[in-house]
Design a protein. Structure first.
Ligand code: PXP
Length: 252
């Protein structure tokens, strides 16, 4: 079954709304793990708009599952990652003016800058993942840069307005997973996934992990982080069961 990476950035977003010390994303990580999270994901942005250096250090010391750091390829952030040694580093594009990560990293265009970063991170024992759109050239370029994994941008499907557009986006993801596996890459997925839209994506064979943030944090505001994570895990399990029974709905 695909694992669940819980992105806890937006717990820190709430804290930063008052520049205070609560809620603590480190507590959120503990609660997410108690709810069954397989991985804790955070994004240390250059502008430190939510997660800060103190959070990153404490998360490294306390996360008992897998710690995944989303990061830009900026030299200062790469230095922090090399010191921190998360289990996995996911390279993402980053723009100051964006609300959240917009689209995938352009590995094709930036490969000369990206490949040395991947090499350094891997040499430090950090697994590397490229957050990319499910395009064949981006997948091939990620393999050429030496990444261990790719995280396919799922927002194309999540934002699709019609059933036809959703099906096309799911087919694209399906082909992306297949191509990634052919390149011997581990394939993750994420961005824009919610309790309502996750199942068809989770029924695509070959995904190892999904990183989900906003929707889980939003639900946690009402039911608590532990219960919110448990519910998302249950949806992933249901998708897995449907797959095993051969009654998947993904691209029927
Ligand atoms: N994966 C990556 C690479 C991301 O940048 C984000 C957002 O930080 C997520 C997954 C989670 O997206 P969402 O908050 O929409 O679930």
């Amino acid at each position: 079954m695909a694992g669940l990476g819980v992105n806890i950035d937006h717990i820190a977003t709430i804290r930063q709304a008052r520049l205070t010390d609560e809620p603590d994303p480190v507590w959120a990580a503990v609660e997410a793990e108690l709810g069954g999270a397989d991985c804790i994901t955070f994004h240390l942005r250059e502008d430190r708009r939510h997660i800060n250096d103190r959070d990153a250090t404490l998360l490294r010391q306390t996360v008992a599952t897998k710690l995944n750091m989303e990061m830009a390829i900026a030299p200062g952030i790469v230095r922090i990652a090399l010191n921190l040694k998360p289990d996995q580093a996911t390279l993402v594009p980053e723009k100051r003016e964006e609300l959240t990560t917009e689209g995938g990293l352009n590995v094709v265009k930036l490969r000369r800058r990206i490949a040395p970063v991947v090499k350094k991170l891997r040499a430090a024992g950090i697994e590397t993942s490229a957050f990319i759109e499910p395009e064949p050239d981006q997948i091939a370029a990620s393999a050429e840069c030496g990444f261990d994994a790719i995280e396919l941008w799922t927002a194309g499907y999540c934002d699709a307005k019609t059933t036809k557009a959703q099906i096309l986006a799911l087919e694209k993801l399906d082909r992306g997973v297949e191509l990634g596996l052919e390149h011997e890459l581990i394939v993750h997925g994420g961005h824009g996934l919610t309790y309502r839209n996750v199942q068809p994506v989770a029924e695509i064979v070959g995904f190892s992990e999904f990183n989900i943030g906003h929707s889980i944090v939003a639900r946690a505001a009402f039911v608590g982080m532990r219960a919110a994570v448990r519910e998302m895990k249950r949806l992933l399990e249901m998708a897995e069961n449907r797959l095993m029974l051969g009654i998947g709905t993904a691209t029927e």
